[in-house]
Every structure is written in C-alpha cells, then in structure tokens.
Design a protein around this ligand. Structure first.
Ligand SMILES: Nc1ncnc2c1ncn2[C@@H]1O[C@H](COP(=O)(O)OP(=O)(O)OP(=O)(O)O)[C@@H](O)[C@H]1O
Ligand SMILES: [Mg+2]
Length: 365
C-alpha cells in the first residue's frame, strides 16, 4: 500500500518515502512513526501510544520520540509552527493533518512515479514468514537467498522487511559494498547503526558499554552517531572479544523484540563479516533472531573462502537455502508492465518452482 499526501508517497511495501518520485533518506524508525500517523489522518495519538507502538517492549526516553518527530518533520520540510503534516497537540500528542490517499501497489493499477509494483514471490515470502515464526519462538534461524544478478533478491528482502514489521519484529539491514575503501565489518556497522537509531545518546553509550563493544571494538563505534568516539587511532576490530561483544549487543536487542538481520550481497562480503555471521548464528542459537543473507550464486562460487563459510552455515547451522528463479507466468499475468527499462523485474516466461532447503552444490561449497 502507498499513502499519498501532497507531493509525497509513503510506500509501505518498499518501505520508502518519496517526494515527486525521488526517494528521501530517512531512518526506519522515523518511517514507522510517519506510517503510524499517516495511516489514520486526523486521529490524535498520545505520546505513550506512539512510543509503545514504535518501540514495542522497549522503554525509551521521551527525547527519542522528540528526535523521531523532528526527523520526520525535517524529511517532510514541515514547520511545527504552521504544520502541514504533523501537528503537535500541546501536552496530548500528535496527529497527521494532511489529507491522505491510499493506493494499492499490488493491483494492476500502475503508479505514475516511483518503482515498479511488487509481483509474486508469495511462496518465498511465506517461507521467510515461517522461518520468522520459528525465530520468534526462540529458535534462531538462518536463511540464505541465492540467485543470479537481477533476479530479485534485494527486492524480496525489502518486501520481507515490511512483513517483519507487521509481525512485530524489527528489521535491520546491512549491504556489502562494491566500492573499495569500505571498512571491515561494513554490513554489521549498518546493523549497529540501525539498532542505535532507536536509542538516545545516553542509551547508546550504556548499551555499548554493557555489551563490551565500547572496549572490544572502539573503531566500529566511529561510524555510529551518538557513540563516544575513542581518541586517536584504534586497531581494526577482530577476534573473539569483539565477536562475543557484538553477539551480546544483538542478543540484548532480541530480548526487546525479535530481530530480522538482513545482509545483502554476501558474495562481496569481507571475510571478517562472514566469520562474524557464523559466530552470531552459533552464539545466538536460542535468541529471537532470523539471519537472512543474499548472494549471487555464480560470484559466490568464485571465492573459495566465502563459499566455505556459507557452506558451513548450511551444514552446521542448518541454514535454509532459497534458490530464486524467474517469476512464473501466473505471477506476471495481470501485472502491469515494468516501467524501469534498465532493471526490469526478472520475468521468466516459464513456470518456476522454488528450491527449498537446497544444499549448495559442490561448486558453491
Ligand atoms: N517481484 C518483483 N516485483 C517487481 N519488481 C521486481 C521484483 N523483483 C525484482 N524486481 C525489480 O527488478 C530489479 C532487480 O531486482 P533486485 O535488485 O532485487 O535484484 P537482485 O537479485 O538483488 O540483483 P543483484 O544481484 O544485482 O543485487 C529491481 O528494479 C527490482 O525492483
Ligand atoms: Mg541486490
């Protein structure tokens, strides 16, 4: 569903805010807040209600909400003194004051701007949903989504992130970078940042101190707004102490609500990050966490070390492998034609089945 107001589109499927079709950079938590208000325009929500919804099972200071509101206003270029979108009702709470139109993006109606509507993948989403159920019950799970370039791995993650939020889990996202110069552990740094975006500065410092990340991996914290940055040069983080501290950090989050940690493009992941993934999968076996990784299978098979680490996840952590194939004729029938010419969805005009629990073939392990 897309909520349209003024020149904005709040896309609940793509989990994206756009203005005139252009994506706006916004923290996931701020997007949650905006979606919560905009779904019921005109309704007054107390601060308490909002905080319980946006930070379920998590006690946060009111300053976190204030920060969230001002970030949302900044994204919308809204002036609190004469609000067009978010109105503060003194001592009571907030309401969304613009008129909102909701548009389905799964039906045949094409949107005028933005990205293509999501097509099919109901089987994959249902598998991911049942893995999340297990993880939510305290049996952590690992799912590896593999397939050729452009088949729809990242898009599936985005759709599943929305589904996860609906299931009261919190989705965290890290993408492995193609460019040179990304620091070690870059995908995990993004996960830490995602976690920290829900906390105020005091909470960030306390959490990092308690789990041991502040001393075991000060270098990582340079990348986290609000964390105390160590003076001078610190050694690059590595080793058991850091892995253990990170696992405790993530476990603390899972105590509040289930976490879905999504790591996109593992075929270009730094080896240290892949080792941390293996460590976390073992250390948090009984935590409420679903670890989801994606990779291009051919490119993964070119790296012996990466392939070995991924194969070990399947062997030792019973990771489930989802082999992505082209969309089926049934999926595509009735769907609007994609409007992005350069990267259209993977339409394969044949029936497809999803390979469940496939063990990577020997070339991948
Ligand atoms: N199910 C779908 N419905 C609609 N569009 C889709 C779907 N799957 C993928 N697309 C679109 O196809 C394009 C390629 O998809 P995506 O980026 O997810 O591929 P990928 O497998 O992650 O590729 P890469 O290996 O290059 O990262 C994107 O524009 C995406 O929005
Ligand atoms: Mg991708």
């Amino acid at each position: 569903m897309i909520l349209c107001f003024d020149s904005f589109e709040l896309d609940l499927n793509a989990f994206e805010l756009r203005r005139d079709g252009e994506p706006i950079s916004i923290e996931p938590r701020v997007l949650d807040f905006l979606a919560y208000l905009a779904k019921r325009p005109g309704q007054l929500f107390t601060k308490d209600e909002i905080m319980k919804t946006i930070w379920p099972d998590h006690v946060v200071a009111e300053s976190s909400l204030s920060r969230c509101v001002s970030d949302a206003r900044r994204a919308l270029k809204d002036d609190p003194r004469s609000p067009r979108f978010i109105q503060t009702v003194h001592r009571r709470g907030f309401r969304f004051v613009a008129s909102v139109r909701s548009v389905s993006n799964s039906g045949p109606a094409r949107r005028a701007s933005g990205r293509d509507p999501f097509i099919g993948r109901s089987e994959e989403l249902s598998i991911l949903g049942s893995e999340l159920e297990q993880a939510t019950a305290g049996r952590s799970r690992v799912v590896l989504i593999r397939g050729e370039p452009g088949i729809g791995k990242s898009r599936l993650l985005e759709e599943f992130a929305v589904q996860s939020v609906m299931a009261s889990a919190q989705a965290r996202f890290g993408r492995c970078r193609e460019e040179d110069g990304a620091p070690a552990f870059w995908p995990w740094i993004q996960v830490i940042r995602d976690e920290a975006s829900a906390m105020d500065d005091e909470c960030i410092r306390r959490t990092f101190a308690e789990c041991g990340l502040a001393t075991a991996a000060p270098e990582l914290l340079r990348w986290v707004p609000g964390a105390i940055v160590p003076r001078g040069e610190a050694d690059p983080p590595s080793g058991f102490r850091m892995f253990d501290a990170f696992s405790r950090f993530l476990h603390a989050g899972c105590l509040e609500s289930p976490r879905v940690v999504m790591l996109d493009d593992l075929h270009r992941c730094d080896l240290a990050s892949l080792r941390l993934l293996s460590f976390v999968a073992a250390a948090l076996a009984d935590s409420r966490v679903l670890l989801v990784g994606t990779y291009r299978d051919v490119e993964m098979s070119r790296s012996v070390e990466r392939s070995a680490l991924v194969a070990a996840l399947v062997r030792e952590r019973s990771a489930r492998v989802l082999q992505m194939r082209g969309l089926s004729v049934q999926d595509v029938a009735g769907s609007p034609r994609p409007h992005s010419v350069s990267r259209s969805p993977p339409l394969v005009w044949k029936s497809s089945t999803v390979g469940l629990a496939e063990i990577p073939s020997s070339s991948h392990s």
